[in-house]
Write a protein that binds this ligand. Structure first.
Ligand SMILES: C[S@@+](CC[C@H](N)C(=O)[O-])C[C@H]1O[C@@H](n2cnc3c(N)ncnc32)[C@H](O)[C@@H]1O
Length: 260
């Protein structure tokens, strides 16, 4: 069960956290043993000894920001996902925000992001990260986060987004076999935070959302070990798509599909 220190509780009751904090209180028993606290700078951190070997977890964009200050825009466009998006500014619905790294990179590359994260604990940490004072103002204005399940969006809500918006999905890898220990820990941690969460949606639910929407483009990140063919699944839903473009990373790929 999640415990929350008194200081973290007061912090989370602030207006911009309030609705997420209410949802968190609703689910509080379903989280693994961990404690939400404030760090020395007054920002949220999660202590989860069993998974994180005593190192508290906090979402930090500071390293990404430092990297952005050192790299040229050209190098940013060399990132697999950014390369796939192209140079034109897009409106992207990130249906699986997680720890926000992909949203952050896409916002830094100039795209407008509407991110959805269904897990209130992860959403809380993400809002906290977005509010950190060192945050790059470009990211803050380009990136908005909502704590609800993206697959519960209905066509009316989706209709509020530009017609040419792109849906981006990075579902939880089922067979995580990435090489770097750090990445494994990161993804194990995400999985452990979601293991009791019945609201975590799988790829088919996102494909149904896409098939039933007026959106034309979906980008899916999948591991090499995931054999589900999105085009085939969409075909079953009566939605013809073609694989427009893809980029292969090590152990994963980003695939972009367009409706025919
Ligand atoms: C693999 S992580 C995404 C990592 C993310 N791309 C990043 O760069 O940090 C998947 C996340 O999607 C969230 N998720 C799963 N289904 C969702 C849904 N239907 N709506 C919103 N978030 C969802 C999970 O809670 C999890 O945090």
């Amino acid at each position: 069960m999640l415990t929350i220190t008194a200081a973290a509780e007061i912090y989370c009751q602030q207006a911009h956290f309030a609705s997420i904090y209410q949802t968190l209180n609703h689910y509080i028993n379903s989280y693994p043993d961990c404690e939400l606290q404030l760090d020395d700078n007054g920002f949220l951190q999660l202590q989860a000894d069993k998974i994180l070997a005593k190192k508290p977890f906090t979402i930090q964009f500071s390293n990404l920001i430092k990297r952005l200050h050192h790299i040229q825009q050209r190098q940013l466009h060399g990132e697999f996902l950014i390369k796939l998006l192209g140079k034109q500014q897009l409106f992207i619905i990130d249906g699986t925000a997680g720890f926000g790294r992909d949203s952050f990179l896409m916002a830094a590359a100039g795209h407008k992001i509407q991110a959805y994260e269904q897990n209130p604990l992860i959403a809380l940490l993400l809002i906290d990260a977005l509010n950190k004072p060192y945050q790059d103002p470009r990211i803050l204005t380009a990136c908005k986060l909502v704590n609800i399940s993206a697959t519960r969006l209905n066509s009316e809500q989706l209709a509020n987004y530009p017609e040419d918006a792109t849906l981006y999905i990075d579902p939880m890898f089922i067979h995580e076999q990435r090489k770097k220990v750090k990445t494994e820990k990161y993804s194990q941690f995400l999985q452990s935070l979601n293991q009791h969460n019945s609201h975590t949606d799988s790829l088919p639910n996102f494909l149904t959302l896409f098939a039933e929407s007026r959106l034309e483009t979906i980008i899916i990140k999948q591991s090499d070990h995931d054999s589900r063919d999105a085009a085939l699944l969409l075909n079953h839903l009566g939605q013809k798509v073609r694989l427009h473009q893809h980029v292969m990373g090590s152990g994963f790929a980003f695939r972009k599909y367009n409706k025919c």
